[in-house]
Design a protein around this ligand. Structure first.
Ligand code: ADP
Ligand code: MG
Length: 293
């Protein structure tokens, strides 16, 4: 039978927006020593907004944004929504693309009015033989160092420009990170985003361990490796991409604001997506388990 104090603990969590799936999860939380966090939608608000559109030929910016916006209408990625909304805000008419295809962790491709368009991170364009991707390199790195996510656009195999979006931190994130460190936990940030952007966000928060350019499978592998090394790992994430890693962790922590699959894969759900909920969950577990002994 479940000790009454565990049921009380689970109930107390629920009152504060921290949904703990069962007694076992509450027990495991006491032993957690490492928190792995996804960046986008977990540390950040996850609702990126278009901030820059820079064309190689500076008078073609609207055309660049029109192409990108057209293609991204078919993508469900938060980055895609930012581009579509940015294009609509400039009153650009967005035709439907053909032959749309999305490359997980990389970007999207398709054709618009018979032209082939490819949008995504730098490795995606390079892997597809686009060879002048560094034409705007200083601008790109400068934006990434401000914490922006930069996407590169090629038309018919030629690099034509970049699009940057900003995804601010949740107001509660800095305090949550401090409190997690205060509990003696090690924090590791994993992101599909690039190195410069990841470093800027990690430095803002005082997180000293991060990995950039991480694919969903890599996130999952990383969790397994940490566990194999003897760590007790909680993983916090929000996306479809995070689900395998959430399920592999000793305790998965989903943002209630995230996808259903992330929530289903997790032992804890933070109703409002506020990471201070992990602090509450761990503290609650430590108190509850101490009372039982
Ligand atoms: P994240 O961890 O940021 O959610 P993803 O693995 O989903 O990362 O994506 C990694 C990178 O791939 C993004 O930072 C972006 O550069 C690129 N990308 C993914 N989806 C798209 C898209 N729909 N349009 C443009 N770029 C994309
Ligand atoms: Mg995410």
């Amino acid at each position: 039978a479940t000790p009454i104090s565990i049921m009380v603990g689970v109930g107390r969590g629920a009152q504060e927006g921290v949904l703990i799936k069962d007694a076992e999860v509450l027990e495991t939380l006491e032993k957690i020593d490492t928190i792995v966090v996804d960046k986008t939608g977990t540390l950040t608000q996850g609702r990126p907004k278009l901030t820059e559109c820079i064309a190689v030929d500076s008078d073609t910016e609207d055309e660049l944004l029109r192409m990108a916006g057209s293609l991204e209408q078919q993508s469900e990625h938060p980055l895609a929504r930012a581009i579509v909304e940015g294009a609509q805000a400039r009153n650009l008419a967005l035709p439907a693309p053909h032959d749309f295809d999305s490359i997980t962790g990389g970007g999207v491709r398709g054709s618009i009015d018979g032209t082939k368009v490819l949008i995504g991170n730098r490795p995606l364009l390079e892997d597809n033989g686009v060879n002048n991707v560094s034409a705007l390199n200083e601008r790109a790195v400068g934006l990434q160092q401000q914490g922006r996510t930069v996407m590169f656009v090629a038309v018919d195999g030629v690099f034509v420009g970049l699009i940057a979006v900003s995804d601010p931190l949740k107001d509660s994130t800095p305090e949550a990170v401090k409190a997690l460190h205060g509990l003696g936990l090690r924090i590791i940030m994993l992101t599909g985003d690039n190195e410069h952007t990841a470093r800027t966000v990690a430095e803002q928060l005082g997180i000293d361990e991060f990995e950039a350019g991480v694919s969903p499978e890599d996130k999952h592998e990383r969790i397994k490796a940490l566990k194999a090394g003897g760590r007790k790992v909680a993983m916090a994430g929000d996306g479809i991409n995070d689900a395998p890693a959430l399920a592999a962790a000793d305790v998965g922590v989903a943002m209630g604001t995230g996808t259903d699959i992330a929530i289903e894969s997790s032992g804890v759900t933070l109703v409002k997506g506020d990471l201070r909920g992990i602090v509450k969950a761990v503290t609650l577990s430590r108190h509850t388990m101490r009372n039982i002994r």
